[in-house]
Design a protein around this ligand. Structure first.
Ligand SMILES: [Zn+2]
Length: 318
């Protein structure tokens, strides 16, 4: 069956859809599900291939976006506290643990982080005093039923076995606990690859880096249901990006005609020290202004539309 794998989301039949570029220099086959329209690289890229999607210098960005992450955590703290006054919170793919620090500092919730990169986890412990375990979700070093709320932000599409990752999240949650999953809207994320392969007859480097899976709403629902989750809401957002990915924005596909830039960074040395990282953190912006724009942006997360580039899914562990 190696040449005809079933859909990793819904189990439906799949077929070759196009060649796609996993990272500059690595062109691979992608397949698409006839039942749910999810797409994925096949064969599943090797561990070495996946590691090459993440150059070590990318930690610099986590320091530059410190306040964005911290305020996002602070806003999440308010939502969590309205649900339950306290509990155990886990941020999966927490990078420096900055969002988790925002939750911890502005609620009675206990917060921990899980991060694939040992270096990011170590920097985050120093920066935020956060307890961060360096491991993939599928082998997270926590007892069963340790958490009430698990936040998984832009991680699932990078996992080599997303079903195992969600099964791990179900295992870590207490019954009635909640999962908040942010994940690209797969068919939209994948649209430039598919369209440009047909149009230009070759694989084209597009904007996503290291995404292995491109799940549709229907695929995500099937994947979650099979791992013991009940979906409470599924909303799409980032509508301008959605229009760009569909080629509806003027010139949206033009930049893909250029060869891919070599993997690199914005002048941050690869072995970033904590002190160098701290120096990259900008001054704190205004919280009330952030909170107002955050509330406005959240109002545009729509459950009845699949137009947006990303999904936010809330699910309850049965
Ligand atoms: Zn499917």
């Amino acid at each position: 069956m190696a040449d005809a794998p079933p859909c990793p989301a819904c189990g439906g039949p799949t077929a070759f859809v196009c060649r796609a570029i996993l990272y500059p220099g690595a062109e691979r086959d992608a397949r698409e599900c006839a039942a749910c329209a999810s797409a994925f690289y096949w064969p599943v890229p090797s561990f070495e291939d996946i590691a090459r999607c993440y150059p070590p210098a990318y930690y610099g960005g986590f320091f530059r976006q410190y306040w964005k992450d911290y305020y996002k955590g602070r806003a999440l703290a308010a939502r969590l506290s309205r649900w339950r006054p306290d509990g155990d919170f886990l941020d999966v793919g927490c990078a420096l643990g900055t969002l988790a620090a925002g939750v911890r500092d502005h609620s009675r919730w206990r917060a921990r982080g899980l991060e694939f990169s040992a270096r990011a986890a170590q920097l985050g412990q120093g920066l935020n005093g956060m307890e961060i375990s360096a491991a993939p979700l599928s082998s997270a070093p926590f007892e069963n039923e340790s958490f009430d709320f698990i936040h998984i932000n832009n991680v699932l599409e990078h996992e080599s076995d997303p079903g195992a990752a969600l099964a791990a999240a179900a295992r870590l949650l207490r019954p009635g606990g909640r999962l908040e999953l942010t994940v690209p809207n797969g068919p939209v994320d994948f649209a430039p690859n598919k369209t440009l392969f047909r149009r230009w007859g070759r694989a084209v480097p597009t904007r996503h880096g290291g995404h292995l899976y491109f799940f549709s709403r229907r695929g995500l629902r099937a994947l979650l249901a099979a791992r013991g989750f009940r979906v409470l809401s599924a909303r799409s957002f980032h509508f301008k990006l959605g229009a760009k990915a569909r080629g509806l924005w003027p010139g949206a596909y033009k930049r893909f005609a250029k060869p891919a830039p070599p993997p690199g960074d914005a002048g941050v040395p690869p072995e970033l020290t904590l002190e160098q990282g701290r120096a990259l953190i900008p001054p704190a912006p205004s919280w009330p202004l952030y909170a107002a724009s955050h509330a406005w942006r959240r109002a545009w997360r729509l459950s009845w539309s699949d137009f947006g580039y990303d999904f936010e899914i809330a699910a309850e562990r049965r």
